[in-house]
Write a new protein. Structure first.
Length: 159
């Protein structure tokens, strides 16, 4: 079952992908920050990155594959859900969509889907998407203000 949420982000696809995933065309942009966010890097290669994350008394292994700058797939070896992030160029920026691939089926899967549609989409989606959207909106506004201050119509430019 798929549970999906997304938003448009006012930035290039490469900027959004790198900010969200911490990965550039050649792998992690900053290995230390990547490890802090996603867990200790166990293995890294052409197939992707394997990380280990402490989860209470247990450890969770994530296998992440990256198709820069279009997709990231994070697969966990448990009954938990997998996560897929997709990035598409749209007018004014990038459409970022998060798809949670639930491993629940039957009645419990239906209950999970109904909860997600009614409440969970906002409880999960807003904390995931909003910081990224707000970061790039602030960045765009700052660039607009800076451009307005340096515009040729300003009195400083006439000197």
């Amino acid at each position: 079952m798929k549970l999906q949420f997304g938003n448009n982000v006012p930035a290039s696809i490469e900027e959004v992908y790198e900010y969200v995933t911490g990965v550039g065309p050649d792998g992690p942009l900053d290995r230390e920050l990547f490890s802090q966010k996603y867990g200790e890097i166990e293995q890294e290669g052409d197939e992707g990155i394997v990380t280990r994350v402490a989860d209470g008394d247990a450890e969770v292994i994530w296998r992440s594959t990256f198709d820069y700058p279009y997709q990231r797939l994070m697969v966990v070896d448990s009954s938990s859900a997998d996560r897929e992030d997709t990035f598409v160029v749209v007018k004014g920026g990038t459409k970022w969509t998060v798809t949670v691939h639930s491993k629940k089926g039957g009645f419990s899967g239906l209950v999970q889907w109904l909860y997600f549609q009614a409440i969970g989409k906002y409880r999960v989606g807003v904390p995931v998407l909003s910081p990224v959207v707000f970061y790039f909106r602030r960045k765009a506004r700052a660039a607009e203000r800076e451009a307005a201050e340096v515009s040729p119509e300003s009195p400083e430019a006439e000197d």
